[in-house]
Design a protein around this ligand. Structure first.
Ligand SMILES: C[S@@+](CC[C@H](N)C(=O)[O-])C[C@H]1O[C@@H](n2cnc3c(N)ncnc32)[C@H](O)[C@@H]1O
Length: 234
């Protein structure tokens, strides 16, 4: 009988893995998606409508690619970039931004922010990694003010697609190979493929968001139905 991994142990493993791949993480993203990840971030942020001075949290920010896109599209908003892997945050601090975000070490399952303190929350490729998804979604809803907005970019349980054989080669062979070559940690990119295949479908994630209080949740698929962007508001 296999026992369920302890959430704290799982979180420690995830943090260790992202710490190890942090130095080449952004480069691996660009190469694995042929730069498309940048266009998905752009589209995710375009779905937000925020006034100058709005407060935005980029949760699971990594080195801050999504935070940078928020600032690029909305130069007058204030961005907090939070992650629980210190090497990611430290690398992010060395990168160029229109103006630096407020970097913050934080666990998505117990956010160190007051209830209702943000106007919007963005996250990219975070949710399939968290040890307790319902708890992360509750925290996301909690830190947003009433009427607060979300934009979530995430891999999704793949939908049926005519190019499925090509997609499977890409996910299960090419991405682990490229990721392994660049970072020396092939297992991290095998984890990416497998955790995506076993994550919620886009409609299931939409339903989970509605369960914690989000309304008008909508989503679009990208990359042959392996990626989804969700938007909604509290
Ligand atoms: C795949 S990376 C995505 C980074 C960035 N958002 C991007 O778009 O490239 C996932 C990030 O989520 C972070 N993460 C995973 N679980 C977390 C948690 N429970 N709390 C905070 N950050 C977490 C990892 O440390 C990692 O930096």
């Amino acid at each position: 009988m296999t026992s369920k991994p302890d959430p704290a142990e799982r979180a420690a493993r995830i943090r260790h893995m992202f710490g190890q791949i942090a130095p080449r993480y952004d480069l691996a993203n660009r190469l694995m998606t042929a730069g498309l990840d940048l266009t998905w971030r752009r589209e995710a942020v375009r779905g937000l409508h925020l006034p100058p001075g709005a407060r935005v949290l980029d949760l699971g920010c990594g080195t801050g690619d999504l935070a940078r896109e928020v600032m690029r599209q909305m130069p007058k908003v204030q961005v907090v970039a939070a992650d629980f892997t210190l090497p990611m945050l430290l690398l992010g601090r060395q990168r160029a931004f229109p103006h630096p975000p407020a970097w913050c070490a934080a666990d998505a399952l117990a956010l160190p922010f007051a209830t209702g303190s943000f106007d919007a929350l963005v996250c990219a490729f975070l949710l399939r990694n968290v040890a307790d998804l319902p708890q992360a979604l509750r925290e996301i809803a909690r830190v947003l003010r009433p009427g607060g907005q979300i934009a979530i970019l995430e891999t999704t349980h793949p939908i049926p697609h005519p190019l499925r054989p090509l997609r499977d080669v890409l996910m299960f062979k090419m991405i682990p190979w490229i990721g392994g070559m660049l970072t020396g940690k092939r297992e991290a990119y095998e984890y990416l493929a497998h955790s995506s295949a076993t994550f919620l479908s886009a409609p299931q994630l939409a339903a989970a968001l509605e369960t914690v209080g989000f309304s008008e949740v909508r989503f679009v698929y990208k990359m042959m139905g392996t990626i989804a962007i969700h938007w909604g508001h509290t």
